[in-house]
Design a protein around this ligand. Structure first.
Ligand SMILES: *[C@@H]1O[C@H](CO)[C@@H](O)[C@H](O)[C@H]1NC(C)=O
Length: 209
């Protein structure tokens, strides 16, 4: 009996010392660090920190890419802080495209729930992995690799993307090249594109220089 009590007490002490918390809902007013946000006091945590209704609604696809990504990352969904998980909704109107992009901080699993989406990624060896997906299909995009999604049918398409991080990050290649003030000469030098093409793309995407 005493032995069992001792073991139970040791286990309890060990657990307490391990400092494992059930959750660490983000205090978004605090600093955003590589380890995430600091925790909101447990007494102030409510169920709504673990529920997001933002993905109920289709995003506004009236834009140049005819696509909308509605994130439930830590900034929109503080409950995921520190848990290595998050999700987003993707709406692709007819002709819609999510240009080549990467999430530096997360792998992605895409689940198509409506329509048809052609999706693909490029490996570090520059091998292409591309497939047209339909409702119910999922596709994996390994962390950091360039990937894209385009509407592959005559109907609006919807997908949900889950991520292996509360802060997956997003960098869109076309915007990185043509939507900022990186001088055209440098864009041309690093992409082998001609001046007219670079200037045209900068004009379309809002870049200068
Ligand atoms: C969608 O975005 C467009 C362009 O920004 C805007 O004109 C339109 O009002 C928006 N529609 C809705 C329903 O918010």
């Amino acid at each position: 009996m005493i032995h069992i009590l001792f073991i139970v007490c040791s286990l309890l002490t060990f657990s307490a010392n391990a400092g494992v918390q059930d959750f660490c809902v983000a205090d978004l007013k605090g600093p955003d660090t590589p380890a995430g946000y600091i925790c909101k006091p447990a007494a102030k945590v409510t169920v709504d920190d673990f529920v997001s209704v933002g993905l109920r609604f289709s995003g506004n696809t009236s834009n140049i890419i005819k696509a909308a990504v509605t994130p439930a990352f830590v900034e929109q969904f503080p409950g995921v802080n520190g848990l290595g998980i998050s999700i987003a909704r993707l709406d692709l109107a007819v002709g819609g495209v999510v240009p080549m992009h990467t999430h530096p901080g997360a792998s992605e699993l895409l689940l198509v729930t409506q329509g048809f989406i052609t999706a693909g990624f490029i490996s570090s060896a520059n091998s292409v992995y591309v497939k047209t997906l339909q409702k119910g299909d999922i596709m994996l995009f390994p962390q950091g690799l360039l990937h894209f999604q385009v509407n592959a049918g005559g109907v609006s398409s919807v997908a949900y993307a889950s991520f292996s991080s509360a802060t997956p990050g997003l960098q869109i290649l076309d915007f990185a090249l043509f939507a900022n003030n990186l001088p055209s000469k440098l864009v041309e030098g690093t992409t082998f594109l001609d001046d007219a093409t670079v200037k045209k793309l900068k004009a379309v995407l809002g870049g200068t220089g």
